[in-house]
Design a binder for this molecule. Sequence first.
Ligand code: HEC
Length: 108
Amino acid sequence: MSRALLIAAALLAAPLAASAQSAALDGQALFHAKCGMCHEAGGMGTGLLARRIQPAELEKRAKLQPDYVFQYARRGLGNMPPITPGDVSDSQLKAIAAYLAAGPHGAK
Ligand code: HEC
């Protein structure tokens, strides 16, 4: 198998496994794909948030409001750049916000 095919297969496998949980947009998978590089454990966002709020990982928060997540992601905040509709569509961002608001989620 070519290298490109292997990569394509790997990229397809992850969302397929996650989408078994819900037929709609998968907020958890989207969160990891679009926000995880900064908001997972050890991420830059997690590190900066840890200075003022605990738990610093957004997935472990109990009281995040969907509107709050949506607005701050769109506007940006401090060292977080604005997340544009080109990066993450409104419906994708709503799915991410709903997933975070349904927390706390256990460590993955
Ligand atoms: C390039 C890194 C980066 C990416 C990508 C990123 N963030 Fe952030 N985010 C940050 C940083 C850094 C902060 C802390 C800002 C500060 O307080 O200075 C933050 C803060 C936040 C906050 C505020 C949390 C609080 O307690 O006030 C929310 C909500 C948030 N991010 C949501 C998201 C969502 C949703 C996504 C994906 C769509 C995302 N972020 C993608 C870096 C990032």
